[in-house]
Design a protein around this ligand. Structure first.
Ligand SMILES: [Zn+2]
Length: 257
C-alpha cells in the first residue's frame, strides 16, 4: 500500500493482521474517527500506514469509537500481536508477527470462548454474562490439559497447557490440543466431551481411541473409549489420549476430587 516494498511473507503477515482486526472488530485498524470523518485522501495515507493505527500506544489521533470493542472480540494477546504489527511493524517489517503466530493465538483465544444459549453468539468465558444479549453465562465444567507420565502420574509444575470450558453444548478436543499437532492436521477432532445426567460422556471420533481413568488410580484402572462413548463421573477422572505406557497429554475433568 505504501509502494516502497514488494510482496513478501511480511506483507502477507500485514494483510492477515488487517483481515483479523477487520473481521473481529468490524473496523479497519487504520480507519479511526480521524480518517472516517476526513478527506478521502486521508484514507490512502491510513492504508499505507502513514497515520497511527486506532490503538496506538502513544498517539491517540486516530482512535476509533465505532465497531466492536477489541477487548470483547480479541484476547489481550491478539491485541498485542496487532500492536506489534501496526506500530513497530510499520517501518520494521521484521518485527511483524508471522501468520503462524496469529493462527496459534487465534486458536488459543477461540478455546477460551463459550456459546450463549440465548443468542448463539460466542464470548470469552471470563465474562459473567453474554455481552451481546446479557444472558448469564452458562455453567462451565473446567477441562484442564496437563502432562501425565506412566509411573509418575500427573506432572506437577509442568508448563500450563491450558484450561477449556465444557458447557451443555459439549466440547470437541482436536489433535492440536490432545497431541499438540501443529498446522491443518491439528484441526482434526479426536474426541468429544458431553455433559450428561450421570457425569461426562467421552466419545472418540472414527479412527481414534482414548482411555478414561480415575486420577487417583490411573495406573491400575483404565477403560478404553470408542465411538459408542463412555460416561465417567464429572469430577476426579481424566482422559488419556495415547497408549497408557507412554508420557502424554491428558484432560483432567472437573475438580480433582
Ligand atoms: Zn447472548
Amino acid at each position: 500500500m505504501s509502494g516502497d516494498a514488494g510482496c513478501t511473507t511480511l506483507s502477507d503477515a500485514w494483510a492477515f493482521a488487517v483481515l483479523v482486526w477487520q473481521t473481529l472488530t468490524l473496523t479497519h485498524p487504520f480507519v479511526g474517527d480521524l480518517v472516517d470523518g476526513g478527506e478521502p485522501e486521508l484514507e490512502e495515507e491510513a492504508f499505507a500506514g502513514r497515520l497511527p493505527w486506532v490503538r496506538h500506544s502513544t498517539d491517540a489521533r486516530n482512535v476509533c469509537t465505532s465497531g466492536l470493542p477489541p477487548e470483547l472480540v480479541l484476547a489481550g494477546r491478539l491485541i498485542e500481536l496487532a500492536r506489534r504489527t501496526f506500530e513497530e511493524g510499520v517501518t520494521d517489517r521484521q518485527r511483524r508477527p508471522g501468520v503462524a503466530e496469529w493462527v496459534d493465538r487465534l486458536h488459543a483465544a477461540a478455546d477460551q470462548t463459550v456459546a450463549c444459549p440465548g443468542c448463539a453468539g460466542t464470548y470469552f468465558v471470563t465474562e459473567a454474562a453474554c455481552p451481546w444479549c446479557d444472558d448469564p453465562r452458562p455453567s462451565v465444567v473446567p477441562v484442564r490439559i496437563e502432562r501425565w507420565h506412566p509411573g509418575k502420574g500427573l506432572i506437577e509444575g509442568a508448563v500450563r497447557l491450558g484450561q477449556l470450558p465444557l458447557t451443555a453444548e459439549g466440547l470437541v478436543l482436536r489433535l492440536r490440543i490432545t497431541r499438540g499437532v501443529p498446522g491443518v492436521t491439528g484441526r482434526q477432532p479426536h474426541l468429544e466431551l458431553r455433559l450428561v445426567e450421570r457425569g461426562i460422556q467421552v466419545r472418540t471420533m472414527p479412527g481414534f481411541e482414548a482411555r478414561v481413568a480415575p486420577i487417583a488410580r490411573a495406573h491400575e484402572e483404565q477403560h478404553l473409549v470408542s465411538g459408542r462413548g463412555r460416561v465417567v463421573p464429572a469430577n476426579g477422572w481424566m482422559v488419556l489420549f495415547e497408549e497408557p505406557g507412554q508420557p502424554q497429554r491428558v484432560a483432567v475433568l472437573g475438580r480433582r476430587a
